[in-house]
Ligand binder design. Sequence first.
Ligand code: ZN
Length: 443
Amino acid sequence: MAYKSGRPTLRKTKMDGWYEFYREACPICGKVDQCVIHEDNNRVWCLRVASDIVWGKNSTMQGWLHFLNEDNRTFTASDFANADTGSHQEKKSDGHLNRVYRALLSEMELRPEHRAMLKKPDRDMNEEELRIRQYRSFPEKPYEVVRKVVERVGNVEDLIGVPGFYSKEGKYGRYFTISGFPSTIMIPFRNHKNEIVGFQWRVDEVKNQVVYSSRPDKELEAYVVKQPNFVVAKYKGIEVFRGSMELKEKKDIKLSDGRYVGTIKLDKGQRYMWFSSANKESGTGAGPLPIHVSVPSRVLKNWKVGQLLKTDTVVVTEGPIKSDKSAELLDQMLQTAEERLSYGTTVLSVPGVNSWRLLCPYFEEMGVKNINFAFDMDAEENPDVRRYYHDAINFFSEAGYNVSFFIWDRSYKGLDDLLIRNFLPIKYNIHGEQMLSDNKDVY
Ligand SMILES: [Zn+2]
């Protein structure tokens, strides 16, 4: 395998012997990301396609076990050997992360281009909100920032076990830096005690990437060599395709003798990514992924670090800027105490609809009674997402919570898009009964 210089397509997970498909489609559902395969190469834990064997019922993600046979077994031992090995550092405690991340925030700034982006009408944030919420631009010279962070926290060892930080060999020896690139905004994730326990980057410009829809022959490798859509595919290191592809286009790759070696697809990259240094020297992965607790900025301003937030009512959505903005707008729009209790002004952001189980300890510690789910209106269109959504609703109502969900006109994608136009969503309980008086502007 000497010529195998390509990036791995499987990633080792925390579960012994299991690898995630992250640049390659799962043989069961055909999607990239999340599903995992065992190194014995005989079984897949798919998170999208159901089977008779439910798996991970009590873990944060639920999926189904599928057995592989000769028809759908496309991986070889070398794929497992070549997999990303993941981080060996355990993530440190929330208190520790908070100390290091706050030092990091103190040494970073929000650059004018990002400030302008967040003030545009579709976000409509003001200087005060930006200051209190502590959004930052990824630094131009990260190693210089990290040097100052070390001075603040006192010890370079303190950076180990903190996702995003890793060490590098330099001209003058080993030094620590952070993982990322400058054209991104870093959004702090706050837990229910106002401890900063993680970040997501929002990339200014989403990059495209090649994924493999099918790759029976693992010698095939393909990359975007020039953004947005110029792709090169190689087989055993020799170029077999070069050209532009449309977004979402699939291309069968054949060798000069006509032999089929796989199908590549040009896909949109992600807008939001975790601040993580998995697979890097002394680095740490972002998992288990954090929940972000958003409160109105006037509350955040006075929220002491370490002080547990208690509230009767929470809204649950996905995406940290969305939840921050929604908390702000709900606070401005809800007038009476009754409305505030019904809708809530505390918004929790989950890493994905399928990771709703992460909410359990939060609800318990925060003393939550009423849960309002407010996932994007297109969530219902994806059958997998719909199923997770319904599972979450059933689970929490059976656990004794008062569960409702927000509905709004589909022309507004997320809750924040609706609120920013000064409309409130309609609240339904799980029996489909409308829960709001009809004297408000609602969509
Ligand atoms: Zn799958």
